[in-house]
Design a binder for this molecule. Sequence first.
Ligand code: BGC
Length: 422
Amino acid sequence: METRRRRRAVRLLTAAALLWAASFAAHAGEVEVLHWWTSGSESRSVLELKRLLATQGHTWRDFAVVGGGGDSAMAVLRSRVLAGNPPSAAQIKGPAIQEWGRLNVLADLDDVAAAQKWDARLPAVVASVMKVHGRYVAVPVNVHRVNWLWINREALRRTGARAPTTWEEFFALADKMRHAGIVPVAHGGQSWQEFTTFESVVLGVGGADFYRRAFVDLDPAALRSETMTRSLQTFRRIKDYTDPRAPGRDWNVATAMVIKGEAGMQFMGDWAKGEFLAAGQQPGRDFICVSSPGTSRAFIFNVDSFAMFRLKDPAATRAQKALALTIMQPEFQESFNLSKGSIPVGSGVRLDRFDLCAQESSAYFTATAMVNTLVPSIAHLMAQPAPIEHAMREVVAAYWNNDRMTPDEAMTRLVKVSRPRP
Ligand code: BGC
């Protein structure tokens, strides 16, 4: 009697499990995701997203395009969309979301956003970037702070100096590191990295209002000014402290120089911290994060996000929505950002497991928003449409690479390329 009852229970359970699996399979779909997260810590972070999606039965088709800053990824994206074959999701950010949205190719995520209360959970400065005509078409992943200086702790100790807060202190420290046989600044000679350093210099020399006038308003009176001249001069001085093998070097290879103590410092957003952590290093013990000189009261933000393309296949659309839902879940926000180096973007995520650099970043993000010194990154496509950003970036890189170009010449070219096309 007992055995029969148990057999029946097992049969019922099996039937229920099969039913559950069948409904699961009916809902399962594939998402093809275009992104440029290919460094060690970036790939590790992406794995987290794949894993969470897989637990819901969906498959992730990886479409990774190598190249820090995303230049190559964006070129590949354009050709795929033009060929009528967009990926389900692509790492697109800033004003580019609006551009794609206006072409009417993006999917509407308002239902997911309403279910997870994105409007209430996201800072306004982020939510507005994710919407086109008032509707969500992209989901934010994180907030990166760009204006950081990463310092090898041992290199700092050997110089007997403190972490710099002003440009004067920075150059004094760089001199000491050079005397100690350490490359003072690890640099990767690629135009986006030069522009990344430059935006931190402009913020440090001119302050947030000046930064905004120059890079957000594209005000010619700021782009050609005494403050811009000083910024360009300071920027060029930094080059003296880099090594001759910098040209073409990837950003994570430059970070590795600081990790190993071959170089003392690096200007880079906090995705660099992901590399330190992946190498088993800890802030305070092995490396130090400080605001780049003169920028401790300001924050250059860079928000990673995924935009979803409108698809016909209902299973693929469901997988897309699952991806968006997963990204905004506190569990994902915590685990992803712990390895990516950034901070969570939505409210409701506890920060106790985050290190001091992240806690500082989070506090600054809120504080700088209140005093209006929170500014969008131009080098990371948060401030201008890609064509303007690229043209300005090429001027800055040309100036960095050609010592004969004067600040005056660079400013004339910056004003010219930043004019709206007629
Ligand atoms: C992205 C980061 C990425 C970095 C280097 C930035 O533009 O926002 O997520 O880690 O480029 O590839």
